[in-house]
Write a protein that binds this ligand. Structure first.
Ligand code: 4G0
Length: 242
């Protein structure tokens, strides 16, 4: 898939040349194109921001450099695009949005700075998105988070026989506790059932522990999923143990 980013700090995206996303680029699964929209300013001092009409503190990103950078991108890579504006007031990003982004041919992220942007930028945008209720100095880190979460849903990006569809959040429960060697680490032992070799017992133990963790930490998640009869029975066991 194609991902284009409009940012005045293009080198921040060098971080995506590492690890799994770096590999995805090497494999040709991702073509990442970072555009410095400061290159599209028309004034001598390359300003991308100005004071708000009506007064107030702080500076706003101007519309013109973003419009011209988008126009350049449309000529360089014609075709349908999903254009995401990073905005703390946007819709909160989640797994379902990542899955939906992964279906797109071309995603464009516009990274804002300062105290926001000229409202007219929004005419270029299909989605206004936030990664959560906090303010950062720019949209770059949220964009990198979303690129990472999105690429995990692109087939071939994660290693062999591992799929983003199989883990917590996808089936709606938090992950059960996991252990690796040694079986006894400084007196802390691995639960016996996991070394028993009884696959059915292990499956039930894992399901119960996933339900327990979800009930304690994120009871809101239990409201959104259809529980099987087995899961309802295990939840009742957990409640009577509490
Ligand atoms: C637009 C996104 C962009 C407006 C961007 C700030 C956090 C997020 C920015 C503002 C961002 C997020 C109104 C402060 C840049 N910070 N939570 N900073 N305002 O996704």
């Amino acid at each position: 898939m194609d991902i284009s980013v409009l940012s005045i700090f293009p080198r921040m995206f060098d971080a995506l040349n590492e690890s799994v996303i770096g590999k995805a680029q090497e494999k040709g699964l991702l073509d990442l194109n970072v555009i410095d929209f400061r290159d599209f300013t028309t004034d001598k001092q390359n300003h991308v921001d100005d004071a708000p009409y009506g007064g107030g503190v702080g500076m706003l990103l101007q519309a013109q450099p973003i419009y011209d950078a988008m126009n350049h991108l449309d000529k360089q890579k014609p075709g349908k695009k999903r254009v995401v504006l990073l905005d703390p007031a946007g819709k909160t990003f989640d797994t379902n949005m990542a899955r939906s982004f992964a279906q797109e041919e071309h995603l464009v992220f516009i990274c804002g700075h300062y105290e926001g942007f000229d409202e007219r930028i929004k005419d270029l945008v299909t989605d206004e998105v936030s990664i959560g209720d906090y303010i950062l100095t720019g949209g770059e880190l949220p964009t990198m988070s979303m690129i990472d979460a999105t690429m995990r849903f692109v087939p071939g990006v994660l290693g062999n026989n591992f799929s983003a569809e199989e883990e917590s959040f996808s089936h709606g429960l938090l992950e059960y506790p996991q252990y690796t060697r040694p079986a006894d680490f400084r007196g802390k032992k691995v639960p016996e059932v996991l070394t028993s070799g009884n696959h059915e017992k292990i499956r039930i133990w894992r399901l119960k522990e996933a339900l327990r963790k979800t009930l304690i930490r994120r009871p809101d998640l239990l409201e959104t999923i259809d529980l099987s009869n087995e899961e309802k029975k295990l939840l009742n066991e957990i409640r009577s143990e509490m």
